[in-house]
Design a protein around this ligand. Sequence first.
Ligand SMILES: Cc1cc2nc3c(=O)[nH]c(=O)nc-3n(C[C@H](O)[C@H](O)[C@H](O)COP(=O)(O)OP(=O)(O)OC[C@H]3O[C@@H](n4cnc5c(N)ncnc54)[C@H](O)[C@@H]3O)c2cc1C
Length: 498
Amino acid sequence: MAGMKMPAPDSGVIARRREIVDRLRAIVPGEGVIVDENELRAYECDGLTAYRQLPLVVVLPSTTEQVSRVLKTCKEMGVKVVPRGAGTSLSGGALPLEDGVLLGMGKFNRILEVDFDNRCAVVQPGVTNLGISNAVAHAGFYYAPDPSSQIACTIGGNVAENSGGVHCLKYGLTTNNVMGVEMVLMDGTILRLGGKHLDQGGYDLLGIITGSEGLLGVVTEVTVRLLKKPATARAVLLGFPTNEQGGDCVAAIIGAGIIPGGMEMMDKPAIHAAEAFVHAGYPLDVESLLIVELDGPAAEVDHLIGRVEAIAGQHGACYSRVSRSEEERLVVWAGRKAAFPAVGRISPDYYCMDGTIPRKALPLVLQRMQEMAERYSLRVANVFHAGDGNLHPLILYDANIPGELERAELFGADILKLCVEVGGVLTGEHGVGVEKRDLMTHQFTETDLEQQQRVKCAFDPDGLLNPGKVFPVLHRCAELGRMHISGGKLPFPDIPRF
Ligand SMILES: Cc1cc2nc3c(=O)[nH]c(=O)nc-3n(C[C@H](O)[C@H](O)[C@H](O)COP(=O)(O)OP(=O)(O)OC[C@H]3O[C@@H](n4cnc5c(N)ncnc54)[C@H](O)[C@@H]3O)c2cc1C
């Protein structure tokens, strides 16, 4: 990806910057339009920090009406738009464009309504993921999908990336916990999909929007499902002499019909990094560590802990500890949730991958990854959502050593190709963005990709929303046979239409 290409900037748009800024200022007054180079710098990248680009201008609207007018104006002027939440994307989804507006949604930070009777909350997209759970914790409720970045990432970003987290194994990803959105299309149209009610008829457009990576519209309001906190939750730590045994145990637990609240795995480098950082009490003499959380009524949790320990014993577990208090459970998870920054302490840079495989392939993939690490002469630390088969290999490198970033990227691409080879997919929860864009052809045929682009064309026919992301080649909509009606006249009127 080091040679990654973005769409060529439109010099005509760049030359009209002043006029564009003036028109945007007429919509979003005061500090809501940023042009100063030093201030733009704060937006030059997201969590994929290897790639940086100053945007043409940053706009920070605070109402849906402003978003609608900004998009309509940009469409009229042929200006591209990149939506942004907190900028924690690890796939470069919020990477700005030199000739594009960066639309920051940070001012949409209010919880509009908490409706316990309908078990939902209506929130603005800039509210943080954790902010939702905090707002309803007093009544014993929470919002289930819990990305490790939940303290910072926004629900708008979560919808765009279909984000996941430790507890998604049992409670589902963002797509299973979002009930409705208000969104604005590139032509300024404001539309609502779903709501407080259960499924409606027609196509599942809400499902299409969730995970659409800012390519179809800008989300301005989200209705999320709230869940009651389980009566009891306990974490079981299980250590294994090999990664393969840990991987086999994951598949065996699920195969036995047990769906833990969360089931995470860490390999030796990740265990050591997290323990040195958080002192969670992890065993240091095991090769792989499973954290299995069981939740529900106390009697059920006790019963399941017994079954999980028995299965682990059959798969060679050499360490087992069950949390005895809520404090101890939280410390166990603190180590896991801080594993990425902990790895950041042992390497100048790391590259976080995100592929998903069938659970049964875990032992094979972990072994093949180790062989690749030797071939590329780079270390890799593994910490991942094992229950979902969602891998997060962290490739350790030093960007100051010429060629290491490129080697890390080639290694990462080989891991993702391996995921597809064993029947998995390129991304579990971080999205495609620019990071995996050029690998899409390994997972999808040209026909698949064209079909997906037809959906894009239905929402954004001029291709102005977040171009350069997700699709390796962005066809013009006309090439894909989009029907243009010009001057009220239909081309080829005698062709049957559906
Ligand atoms: C340390 C760390 C740990 C992480 N752990 C996890 C994890 O466990 N699980 C996980 O899933 N992810 C994880 N992530 C990735 C990231 O936090 C998620 O992808 C998150 O959902 C991004 O939210 P954001 O608000 O930062 O969005 P941004 O990074 O700002 O944007 C992400 C994408 O969403 C689009 N977007 C943002 N807001 C809107 C909107 N209102 N309307 C339309 N499109 C929009 C952008 O255009 C972009 O394509 C982690 C990241 C870091 C840095």
